[in-house]
Design a protein around this ligand. Structure first.
Ligand code: SF4
Ligand code: ZN
Length: 288
């Protein structure tokens, strides 16, 4: 589409609003917390939701990924600047202060010899976002995942037929126990569209990627899908959309065994697939 700035913004906000409505992401009285990393998608999401009239507060997690890059420090700076300029409420959570270790340190201790901390990092982010939302009265957690992110996850789960993950993948995951409802209002936008929104609206964001993202499997799948998309424009949208539509209408039924087993961690109370402690509580050092 060739649109001027005003018409692009109009289209973008309308499309965001219709995604929220279509998947019933937000109800009246909900308290929404946006997970913000300082990147274009999460800051763009916070901006768009605010413009649509939602009172959204942000949460930034300082992971401590700073060695050689200052990635976490810069991410926090961009986020603070964004919130300050718009008078928005930003919450900050510093993993080092909470657990006496940064995420890379937790990873090195728990996975000696490995060099990619992404699974540890993902676990910490998921757990801490939920914990913070629950402890502070937010029942909706909004993230900036876009179509490119979701298509890459779907591709990865397809390759291994990971039915639990496929069962979980959806633009909205309902609240349960101490889990806030998770919503992804940008899930129908290509990354180039969320980038255009950020650029057109003067959103300053961290352009550097996390130093651990280079050579990641997700990036590899994204480039494969981009090649396919170049040959067949619209394919990525079609691929993800038809998966979601089939799930929505019940045509595609996938085991959600782990997700809906009602087990809760004995220490933190968050839902878990294990019988005793959740993976996060097993990861962190005992606190005094
Ligand atoms: Fe964490 Fe990996 Fe993402 Fe870096 S690339 S922020 S380590 S999940
Ligand atoms: Zn736990």
């Amino acid at each position: 589409m060739a649109l001027c700035k005003d018409h692009f913004n109009e289209w973008f906000l309308q499309h965001t609003a219709s995604t929220i409505k279509k998947f019933r992401m937000v109800n009246e009285g909900d308290r929404i917390l946006a997970a913000v990393s300082g990147g274009k998608d999460s800051l763009g999401l916070w901006d768009a939701l605010t413009r649509l009239g939602y009172a959204v507060e942000g949460l930034s997690i300082q992971l401590g990924i700073d060695a050689g890059s200052q990635y976490s420090t810069l991410s926090m700076e961009f986020t603070r600047k964004f919130a300050l300029a718009r008078g928005l409420i930003l919450h900050e959570l510093h993993i080092l202060q909470e657990y006496n270790e940064t995420v890379p340190e937790m990873f090195v201790r728990s996975h000696p010899g490995d060099n990619k901390p992404c699974s540890t990092c993902g676990l910490v982010k998921r757990h801490e976002l939920n914990r913070y939302a629950h402890e502070n009265g937010f029942n909706v957690l909004a993230t900036g995942h876009n179509l490119d992110d979701e298509a890459a996850v779907l591709f990865s789960n397809n390759l291994t037929w990971n039915t639990d993950q496929l069962g979980r993948q959806f633009p909205v995951m309902e609240e349960r126990g101490k889990f806030a409802r998770r919503v992804k209002p940008f899930v129908q936008f290509y990354e180039r569209e969320t980038t255009a929104y950020a650029l057109l609206n003067g959103i300053e964001y961290i352009e550097d990627e996390c130093p651990f993202s280079s050579g990641s499997r997700t990036n590899h799948y994204k480039s494969i899908l981009n090649e396919l998309e170049n040959d067949q424009p619209g394919l990525k949208y079609q691929y993800f959309q038809s998966f979601i539509e089939r799930k929505k209408t019940g045509l595609l039924k996938i085991s959600e065994s782990q997700l809906y087993e009602e087990k809760f961690c004995k220490q933190c109370g968050q839902p878990t697939s294990s019988a005793d402690l959740c993976a996060f509580c097993r990861l962190v050092k005992p606190q005094n």
